[in-house]
Design a protein around this ligand. Structure first.
Ligand code: C2G
Length: 166
């Protein structure tokens, strides 16, 4: 039932609501697979996207600014509502005011949010293997750290190859 499901409708119709949080920097297939699974578990999917300021508190610096990350997540058909994640302490309040039935995270957070079990169901889902923003950043960094002269040499070789192939 994803699409514009307001809280009033959700409460009245007792639409099952699931909530998660994340940075979603350099949005990749792991993020999409998680949101897909959440939408299969409930009627209404709410995603708390970490603000740039909150990420600094988490010791994370994002490549994509908050507004764009939130817009990308909101554009995913599985997602009904995006809210800003600004602190560690907002989760209980978010669960209560959004009438949340299930709180879900990837299992890299296993056990970290069990305190929410007093307020809703808590589940940790298997992460998608072999993809992470950290890995993507590492590859970018290693590419960007190639000495300039080596890059120039590589382009010269590629250019000769192109001419040979013409
Ligand atoms: N994820 C996944 N598979 C991957 C990578 C990420 O299932 N290969 C999941 C994570 O487990 C998390 C979500 O995607 O549930 C978002 O991941 P991040 O953007 O890395 O979120 P994080 O910075 O860990 O923020 O309050 C909780 C924090 O906001 C979580």
């Amino acid at each position: 039932m994803n699409g514009d499901v307001s809280l009033e409708i959700a409460t009245a119709a007792k639409v099952k609501t699931i909530l998660t949080y994340g940075t979603f920097d350099m949005f990749h297939i792991g993020h999409l697979r998680l949101l897909e699974r959440l939408s299969a578990m409930a009627d209404r999917v709410i995603v708390g996207v970490s603000t740039d300021e909150f990420n600094l508190q988490k010791g994370k610096k994002t490549l994509i600014p908050y507004d764009q990350r939130a817009e990308i997540v909101a554009a995913i058909s599985h997602v009904d509502l995006v809210i800003p994640e600004v602190s560690w302490d907002q989760k209980i309040h978010d669960v209560q005011i959004n009438n949340v039935d299930i709180f879900a995270m990837g299992n890299d957070w296993e056990g970290k949010f069990d305190f929410l079990k007093d307020h809703c169901e808590v589940v940790y889902l298997e992460r998608t293997r072999n993809i992470s923003t950290t890995e993507l950043k590492r590859s970018l960094k290693s590419f960007l750290s190639i000495p300039h002269e080596d890059l120039l040499k590589a382009f010269e070789v590629l250019d000769m190859l192109r001419q040979d192939l013409e």
